[in-house]
Ligand binder design. Structure first.
Ligand SMILES: NC(=O)c1ccc[n+]([C@@H]2O[C@H](COP(=O)([O-])OP(=O)(O)OC[C@H]3O[C@@H](n4cnc5c(N)ncnc54)[C@H](O)[C@@H]3O)[C@@H](O)[C@H]2O)c1
Length: 257
C-alpha cells in the first residue's frame, strides 16, 4: 500500500491511555497513519506518524495544529477525540472555574477538533469521527457533575454532526467506555482508594475493569470502513455497566451447566 492510500487519523489525547492505545492499534495496520494531537508529548515516538502539541480547548491552538497536519499529510480521514479528563464536585460546592475547565476540555475541545477537521473532510467528501464519551454521559455517577454534563454534551454534539454531514460522506459516532485502566485514573490504584476501585469495577456485570486496547478495538471499527453504515450511534463498551444491575445468581457458582 503506498502512502497515497493510507488513511490519516488524527487522535487527540493520543499520548496517554485510551488515545495512546488507539494510536498503537492504528499503527499496526498499514492502511492507517495515526497522528497525535495532545498537550503532552507521547512517551513512545515509534508508533505515530506525527505529533502536534495542542491545547484542544484553545481554537487558536487547534486551528494551527490541524493546518500543520494538512500541510504535512494532505488529508484527514479520521478523527478520534480522546483528550479529556475526569472531574468531580457536588453542584452546590462546585466553583465555576472548575466547571468551566472540564467543559472546555471535554466538550469544547471535542467541538473545536471536529470543527477544524470537518473542513478537511468536507473537501474530500469522506471522513469518520469517533468521540470518546463515557458511561457517565448516559448515567449519573455521584459527584461527577461537570464530567457527566460534558460527556452528555459530547453525545448531543456527535448526533448533530452525524445528521448534518451524512450526505457529505462523513460519519460521527460516540463510544461510552466504563472504567478503563489508564494513566488518567491511576490515582485509584493507591491502597487507600482500592475500595473505590473495587466498587466501580463491580458496577459492570463482568466485574472487571476494561483495558485500553479493548476500547481501541471499538474505536478502530468506528473509524474504519467496516462501520460504513454506522453513524450517529452511541456505543457502550462498558462490560454491561449500563445494561442493568447484576444481583448475583446461580450462574456464578462453579456447578456444571
Ligand atoms: N479511563 C477511564 O476509565 C475512562 C472511562 C470513560 C471515558 N474516559 C474518557 O476517555 C478519554 C481518555 O481518558 P484516559 O483515561 O485515557 O485519560 P489519560 O489521562 O490517560 O489521557 C488523556 C490525554 O489527554 C491529554 N490532554 C489533557 N488535556 C489536554 C488538552 N487541553 N489538550 C490536548 N490534550 C490534552 C493528556 O495529555 C493525555 O495524553 C477521556 O475523554 C476520558 O474522559 C475514560
Amino acid at each position: 500500500m503506498n502512502a497515497v492510500d493510507q488513511k490519516v487519523v488524527v487522535i487527540s489525547g493520543g499520548s496517554s491511555g485510551i488515545g495512546a492505545a488507539a494510536v498503537e492499534r492504528f499503527a499496526r495496520k498499514k492502511e492507517f497513519l495515526p497522528v497525535i494531537v495532545d498537550l503532552n508529548r507521547p512517551k513512545d515516538s515509534s508508533s505515530h506518524a506525527g505529533y502536534f502539541q495542542t491545547d484542544v480547548a484553545s481554537e487558536e491552538s487547534v486551528s494551527a495544529s490541524i493546518a500543520q497536519v494538512i500541510e504535512q499529510f494532505g488529508r484527514i480521514d479520521g478523527l478520534v477525540n480522546a483528550a479529556g479528563s475526569g472531574g468531580g464536585g457536588h453542584a452546590h460546592q462546585l466553583e465555576l472555574a472548575e466547571w468551566q475547565r472540564i467543559i472546555d476540555l471535554n466538550l469544547t475541545g471535542t467541538f473545536l477538533m471536529s470543527k477544524h477537521c470537518l473542513k478537511a473532510m468536507m473537501k474530500r467528501r469522506h471522513g469518520s469521527i469517533c468521540n470518546v464519551s463515557s458511561v457517565v454521559g448516559l448515567q449519573a455517577l455521584t459527584g461527577a457533575t461537570q464530567y457527566s454534563a460534558s460527556k452528555a454534551g459530547v453525545l448531543g454534539l456527535t448526533r448533530t454532526i452525524a445528521v448534518d454531514y451524512a450526505l457529505l460522506g462523513i460519519r460521527a459516532n460516540a463510544i461510552c467506555p466504563g472504567y478503563v485502566d489508564t494513566e488518567g485514573v491511576s490515582h485509584l490504584n493507591s491502597p487507600e482508594l482500592q475500595w473505590l476501585r473495587d466498587e466501580i469495577a463491580s458496577f459492570a456485570p463482568t466485574r472487571r475493569i476494561g483495558r485500553p486496547d479493548e476500547i481501541a478495538a471499538v474505536i478502530e471499527f468506528l473509524i474504519s470502513d467496516d462501520s460504513s453504515i454506522v453513524t450517529g450511534s452511541t456505543m457502550t463498551c462498558d462490560g454491561g455497566w449500563t445494561a442493568g444491575r447484576h444481583a448475583g445468581n446461580i450462574l456464578e457458582s462453579d456447578g456444571e451447566y
